[in-house]
Write a protein that binds this ligand. Structure first.
Ligand SMILES: [Zn+2]
Length: 276
Protein backbone atom coordinates (compact mmCIF):
# COMPACT_ATOMS: atom_id res chain seq x y z
CA UNK A 1 0.00 0.00 0.00
CA UNK A 2 1.92 2.96 -1.27
CA UNK A 3 2.34 5.90 1.09
CA UNK A 4 4.41 9.08 0.79
CA UNK A 5 7.85 7.40 0.55
CA UNK A 6 6.71 4.97 -2.15
CA UNK A 7 5.06 7.80 -4.14
CA UNK A 8 8.32 9.75 -3.80
CA UNK A 9 10.30 6.78 -5.17
CA UNK A 10 7.91 6.58 -8.12
CA UNK A 11 8.28 10.32 -8.81
CA UNK A 12 12.05 10.14 -8.65
CA UNK A 13 12.25 7.26 -11.17
CA UNK A 14 9.75 8.92 -13.50
CA UNK A 15 11.78 12.14 -13.43
CA UNK A 16 14.93 10.22 -14.33
CA UNK A 17 13.36 8.18 -17.10
CA UNK A 18 10.42 9.95 -18.75
CA UNK A 19 10.51 13.66 -17.94
CA UNK A 20 10.43 15.53 -21.27
CA UNK A 21 9.07 12.56 -23.22
CA UNK A 22 6.27 13.00 -25.77
CA UNK A 23 3.01 11.17 -25.19
CA UNK A 24 2.37 9.35 -28.46
CA UNK A 25 -0.73 7.47 -27.46
CA UNK A 26 -2.84 6.52 -24.51
CA UNK A 27 -4.64 3.22 -24.20
CA UNK A 28 -7.37 2.85 -21.58
CA UNK A 29 -8.50 -0.70 -20.91
CA UNK A 30 -10.92 0.16 -18.16
CA UNK A 31 -12.53 3.57 -18.60
CA UNK A 32 -13.99 3.57 -15.07
CA UNK A 33 -10.42 3.86 -13.71
CA UNK A 34 -10.45 7.45 -15.03
CA UNK A 35 -12.71 9.21 -12.55
CA UNK A 36 -12.65 12.63 -14.10
CA UNK A 37 -11.82 14.23 -17.45
CA UNK A 38 -11.78 11.16 -19.74
CA UNK A 39 -13.44 13.29 -22.45
CA UNK A 40 -10.24 15.42 -22.58
CA UNK A 41 -7.98 12.41 -23.22
CA UNK A 42 -7.44 13.25 -26.91
CA UNK A 43 -5.91 16.59 -25.94
CA UNK A 44 -3.01 14.82 -24.25
CA UNK A 45 -1.80 13.02 -27.39
CA UNK A 46 1.32 14.72 -28.74
CA UNK A 47 2.05 16.70 -25.56
CA UNK A 48 5.29 16.71 -23.54
CA UNK A 49 5.67 15.61 -19.93
CA UNK A 50 7.01 18.78 -18.33
CA UNK A 51 6.48 18.22 -14.58
CA UNK A 52 6.36 15.20 -12.30
CA UNK A 53 5.45 15.74 -8.69
CA UNK A 54 3.93 14.11 -5.62
CA UNK A 55 0.83 15.33 -3.78
CA UNK A 56 0.14 13.31 -0.63
CA UNK A 57 0.33 9.69 -1.78
CA UNK A 58 -0.54 10.58 -5.39
CA UNK A 59 1.66 11.15 -8.43
CA UNK A 60 0.92 14.09 -10.73
CA UNK A 61 2.24 14.40 -14.28
CA UNK A 62 2.00 17.73 -16.12
CA UNK A 63 1.60 17.62 -19.92
CA UNK A 64 2.17 20.68 -22.07
CA UNK A 65 1.37 21.89 -25.56
CA UNK A 66 1.61 25.49 -26.81
CA UNK A 67 2.02 26.92 -23.31
CA UNK A 68 -1.06 25.13 -22.02
CA UNK A 69 -0.53 22.53 -19.30
CA UNK A 70 -2.94 19.86 -18.17
CA UNK A 71 -2.49 17.24 -15.53
CA UNK A 72 -2.80 13.57 -14.91
CA UNK A 73 -3.14 12.55 -11.25
CA UNK A 74 -2.69 8.87 -10.36
CA UNK A 75 -3.83 7.66 -6.96
CA UNK A 76 -1.91 4.55 -6.09
CA UNK A 77 -4.61 3.44 -3.62
CA UNK A 78 -4.07 0.19 -1.75
CA UNK A 79 -2.31 -1.65 -4.55
CA UNK A 80 -1.76 0.65 -7.53
CA UNK A 81 1.55 0.74 -9.39
CA UNK A 82 3.04 2.84 -12.17
CA UNK A 83 5.41 0.58 -14.11
CA UNK A 84 7.67 0.95 -17.12
CA UNK A 85 6.93 -2.63 -18.12
CA UNK A 86 5.15 -5.68 -16.73
CA UNK A 87 7.52 -7.41 -14.30
CA UNK A 88 5.75 -10.68 -15.10
CA UNK A 89 3.15 -11.82 -17.66
CA UNK A 90 0.54 -12.02 -14.88
CA UNK A 91 0.62 -8.22 -14.60
CA UNK A 92 -0.99 -7.86 -18.05
CA UNK A 93 -4.40 -8.68 -16.65
CA UNK A 94 -4.75 -5.71 -14.34
CA UNK A 95 -2.98 -3.13 -16.48
CA UNK A 96 -5.73 -0.59 -17.04
CA UNK A 97 -3.93 2.20 -18.81
CA UNK A 98 -0.81 2.46 -20.97
CA UNK A 99 0.91 5.69 -21.98
CA UNK A 100 3.11 5.21 -25.07
CA UNK A 101 6.07 7.56 -24.92
CA UNK A 102 8.80 8.78 -27.23
CA UNK A 103 11.99 10.67 -26.52
CA UNK A 104 12.45 9.49 -22.92
CA UNK A 105 14.35 6.48 -21.66
CA UNK A 106 11.22 4.30 -21.44
CA UNK A 107 8.72 3.58 -24.24
CA UNK A 108 5.79 3.05 -21.88
CA UNK A 109 4.25 3.89 -18.57
CA UNK A 110 1.63 1.47 -17.31
CA UNK A 111 -0.94 1.84 -14.56
CA UNK A 112 -1.58 -1.48 -12.85
CA UNK A 113 -4.14 -2.13 -10.15
CA UNK A 114 -5.72 -5.45 -9.22
CA UNK A 115 -8.34 -3.73 -7.09
CA UNK A 116 -10.74 -0.93 -7.81
CA UNK A 117 -9.40 1.54 -5.27
CA UNK A 118 -6.93 3.27 -7.55
CA UNK A 119 -8.04 6.16 -9.67
CA UNK A 120 -6.81 8.47 -12.38
CA UNK A 121 -7.99 12.07 -12.77
CA UNK A 122 -7.41 14.42 -15.70
CA UNK A 123 -7.41 18.10 -14.81
CA UNK A 124 -6.53 21.57 -15.96
CA UNK A 125 -4.57 23.67 -13.43
CA UNK A 126 -7.67 25.03 -11.69
CA UNK A 127 -9.14 21.54 -11.41
CA UNK A 128 -5.89 20.17 -10.00
CA UNK A 129 -5.53 22.93 -7.42
CA UNK A 130 -9.16 22.63 -6.35
CA UNK A 131 -8.84 18.85 -5.95
CA UNK A 132 -5.57 19.07 -4.02
CA UNK A 133 -6.85 21.85 -1.78
CA UNK A 134 -9.88 19.77 -0.85
CA UNK A 135 -8.11 16.43 -0.44
CA UNK A 136 -4.64 17.14 0.85
CA UNK A 137 -3.55 18.87 4.04
CA UNK A 138 0.02 19.97 4.69
CA UNK A 139 2.93 17.94 3.40
CA UNK A 140 4.82 16.21 6.24
CA UNK A 141 8.20 16.80 4.58
CA UNK A 142 7.78 20.54 4.08
CA UNK A 143 5.33 21.71 6.75
CA UNK A 144 7.07 24.34 8.93
CA UNK A 145 7.49 23.41 12.59
CA UNK A 146 5.25 26.18 13.92
CA UNK A 147 2.41 25.28 11.57
CA UNK A 148 2.68 21.61 12.57
CA UNK A 149 2.70 22.50 16.28
CA UNK A 150 -0.49 24.54 15.96
CA UNK A 151 -2.13 21.92 13.84
CA UNK A 152 -1.52 19.17 16.44
CA UNK A 153 -2.52 21.35 19.39
CA UNK A 154 -5.74 22.33 17.67
CA UNK A 155 -6.96 18.78 16.96
CA UNK A 156 -9.25 16.68 19.08
CA UNK A 157 -8.78 12.97 18.80
CA UNK A 158 -6.05 10.40 18.80
CA UNK A 159 -2.56 10.94 17.46
CA UNK A 160 -2.51 8.05 15.06
CA UNK A 161 -5.79 9.10 13.46
CA UNK A 162 -4.40 12.61 13.09
CA UNK A 163 -1.24 11.40 11.33
CA UNK A 164 -3.32 9.34 8.91
CA UNK A 165 -5.93 12.03 8.20
CA UNK A 166 -5.05 13.06 4.63
CA UNK A 167 -6.83 16.40 4.89
CA UNK A 168 -4.61 17.31 7.85
CA UNK A 169 -1.25 15.73 6.94
CA UNK A 170 -1.14 14.21 3.46
CA UNK A 171 0.87 11.10 2.68
CA UNK A 172 1.10 9.00 5.84
CA UNK A 173 -0.76 5.69 6.04
CA UNK A 174 -0.79 2.83 8.52
CA UNK A 175 2.78 1.60 8.09
CA UNK A 176 4.52 4.94 8.60
CA UNK A 177 2.10 6.18 11.29
CA UNK A 178 3.09 3.16 13.41
CA UNK A 179 6.81 3.58 12.74
CA UNK A 180 6.72 7.33 13.46
CA UNK A 181 4.84 6.94 16.77
CA UNK A 182 7.22 4.24 17.97
CA UNK A 183 10.27 6.37 17.23
CA UNK A 184 8.64 9.36 18.90
CA UNK A 185 7.79 7.09 21.90
CA UNK A 186 4.11 8.06 21.74
CA UNK A 187 1.16 5.71 22.21
CA UNK A 188 -1.14 5.71 19.15
CA UNK A 189 -4.12 6.61 21.33
CA UNK A 190 -2.57 9.67 22.99
CA UNK A 191 -4.75 12.75 22.55
CA UNK A 192 -3.20 15.25 20.16
CA UNK A 193 -4.49 18.38 21.88
CA UNK A 194 -2.92 17.40 25.23
CA UNK A 195 0.68 17.11 24.06
CA UNK A 196 3.32 19.52 25.29
CA UNK A 197 5.37 21.48 22.77
CA UNK A 198 8.51 19.39 23.34
CA UNK A 199 6.52 16.20 22.73
CA UNK A 200 5.08 17.56 19.51
CA UNK A 201 8.63 18.42 18.49
CA UNK A 202 9.64 14.78 19.02
CA UNK A 203 6.75 13.72 16.81
CA UNK A 204 7.68 16.25 14.12
CA UNK A 205 11.31 15.13 14.06
CA UNK A 206 10.40 11.42 14.04
CA UNK A 207 7.92 12.01 11.20
CA UNK A 208 10.51 13.59 8.95
CA UNK A 209 13.29 11.15 9.90
CA UNK A 210 11.15 8.08 9.21
CA UNK A 211 9.83 9.36 5.89
CA UNK A 212 13.23 10.50 4.63
CA UNK A 213 14.88 7.26 5.72
CA UNK A 214 12.13 5.28 3.95
CA UNK A 215 12.65 7.29 0.73
CA UNK A 216 16.42 6.64 0.90
CA UNK A 217 15.63 2.95 1.24
CA UNK A 218 13.32 2.79 -1.77
CA UNK A 219 10.10 2.65 0.29
CA UNK A 220 8.49 -0.41 1.86
CA UNK A 221 7.53 -3.41 -0.25
CA UNK A 222 4.74 -4.71 1.92
CA UNK A 223 2.24 -6.65 -0.20
CA UNK A 224 2.76 -5.55 -3.80
CA UNK A 225 4.76 -2.36 -3.96
CA UNK A 226 7.29 -2.18 -6.77
CA UNK A 227 9.07 0.88 -8.13
CA UNK A 228 8.37 1.69 -11.82
CA UNK A 229 11.49 -0.26 -12.86
CA UNK A 230 10.16 -3.35 -11.04
CA UNK A 231 12.52 -3.23 -8.05
CA UNK A 232 11.36 -3.75 -4.48
CA UNK A 233 11.88 -1.29 -1.65
CA UNK A 234 14.12 -2.15 1.31
CA UNK A 235 12.55 -0.17 4.13
CA UNK A 236 10.35 -3.08 5.28
CA UNK A 237 13.58 -4.56 6.70
CA UNK A 238 13.93 -1.51 8.89
CA UNK A 239 10.40 -1.53 10.31
CA UNK A 240 10.62 -1.52 14.10
CA UNK A 241 6.97 -2.21 14.97
CA UNK A 242 4.81 -2.58 11.88
CA UNK A 243 3.62 -6.20 11.55
CA UNK A 244 5.88 -7.30 14.44
CA UNK A 245 3.18 -8.20 17.00
CA UNK A 246 4.52 -10.71 19.54
CA UNK A 247 8.15 -10.03 18.67
CA UNK A 248 10.51 -8.32 21.14
CA UNK A 249 10.81 -4.55 21.16
CA UNK A 250 14.06 -3.63 19.45
CA UNK A 251 14.80 -1.00 22.11
CA UNK A 252 15.53 -4.04 24.33
CA UNK A 253 13.03 -2.91 26.95
CA UNK A 254 12.06 -6.55 27.51
CA UNK A 255 8.49 -6.23 26.24
CA UNK A 256 6.88 -7.62 23.13
CA UNK A 257 5.22 -5.52 20.45
CA UNK A 258 1.45 -5.44 20.80
CA UNK A 259 -1.25 -5.04 18.25
CA UNK A 260 -4.36 -2.97 18.77
CA UNK A 261 -7.21 -3.71 16.44
CA UNK A 262 -9.03 -0.55 15.52
CA UNK A 263 -9.95 0.84 12.16
CA UNK A 264 -6.43 -0.18 11.13
CA UNK A 265 -4.02 -2.27 13.20
CA UNK A 266 -1.74 -0.34 15.49
CA UNK A 267 1.56 -1.86 16.52
CA UNK A 268 3.27 -0.43 19.58
CA UNK A 269 5.49 -1.23 22.55
CA UNK A 270 3.62 -1.01 25.87
CA UNK A 271 6.76 0.15 27.71
CA UNK A 272 8.33 2.54 25.22
CA UNK A 273 5.01 4.10 24.22
CA UNK A 274 3.01 4.65 27.39
CA UNK A 275 -0.55 5.79 27.14
CA UNK A 276 -0.48 7.96 30.32
ZN1 LIG B 1 9.97 -1.16 24.04
Amino acid sequence: MPELPEAEVVVSQLRDRVLGAVLKDCWVGRPDIVRQGIETLDWYRGTNIITIQRRGKSVVLGFSRNHETRYFLAELGMTGLLLFRSPHASYQKHTHLILSLEGGLEPELRYWNPRRFGRIYLFDLTGLERFCHKRFGCDPLTVPWEQFRQLVMGRRGRLKALLMHQQVVAGIGNIYANEILYRARLHPYRMASRLKTQTIRRLYDAMQEVLLDAIRNGGSSVRDFLAPDGTEGRYQRRHLVYDRAGEPCLAKCGKRIRRLIGERSSFYCPTCQRRK
